[in-house]
Design a protein around this ligand. Structure first.
Ligand SMILES: [Zn+2]
Length: 128
């Protein structure tokens, strides 16, 4: 599968997220793996790739805590915007993790899992 329309790739990405997986692209030219929503290879600028699904489980690299919940999550009492790296492949993704009020709630390196997709906010995560 190469050169799919970006909106088709985005739909496939969301389908994967709904199964708690992350869809990635492996470059045909240099084998660099990146998240599927990136349009072309950052390494060689190649545009041909193979789609691969990975388990949406990883560890926290960094995060910022927000005390005002985003639209659609008014019932959430604090959340973190988290950057995490997948366990199975060295790619980073970011997502929304409800229920985090202070840094001690989420030590760096904590395990997180992709737990769904929100149209407005993107990946929704769960702490493992
Ligand atoms: Zn490449």
């Amino acid at each position: 599968m190469t050169n799919l329309n970006p909106s088709v790739v985005r739909e496939k990405f969301i389908e994967s997220v709904q199964k708690s997986k992350i869809l990635a692209k492996r470059c045909n030219d240099c084998s660099t793996i990146r998240i599927a929503t990136v349009l072309y290879c950052e390494n060689c600028h190649g545009r041909k790739y193979k789609l691969i699904e990975y388990p949406g489980i990883g560890y926290v690299n960094t995060f910022t805590i927000h005390t005002v919940p985003p639209e659609g999550f008014e019932d959430v009492d604090g959340y973190a915007w988290v950057v995490f790296t997948l366990d199975d492949v060295s790619i980073r993704a970011s997502g929304f993790l409800p229920g985090i009020k202070k840094p001690a709630d989420l030590p760096i390196g904590s395990k997180v899992k992709v737990n769904g997709f929100d149209v407005k906010h993107g990946l929704v995560l769960k702490k493992l």
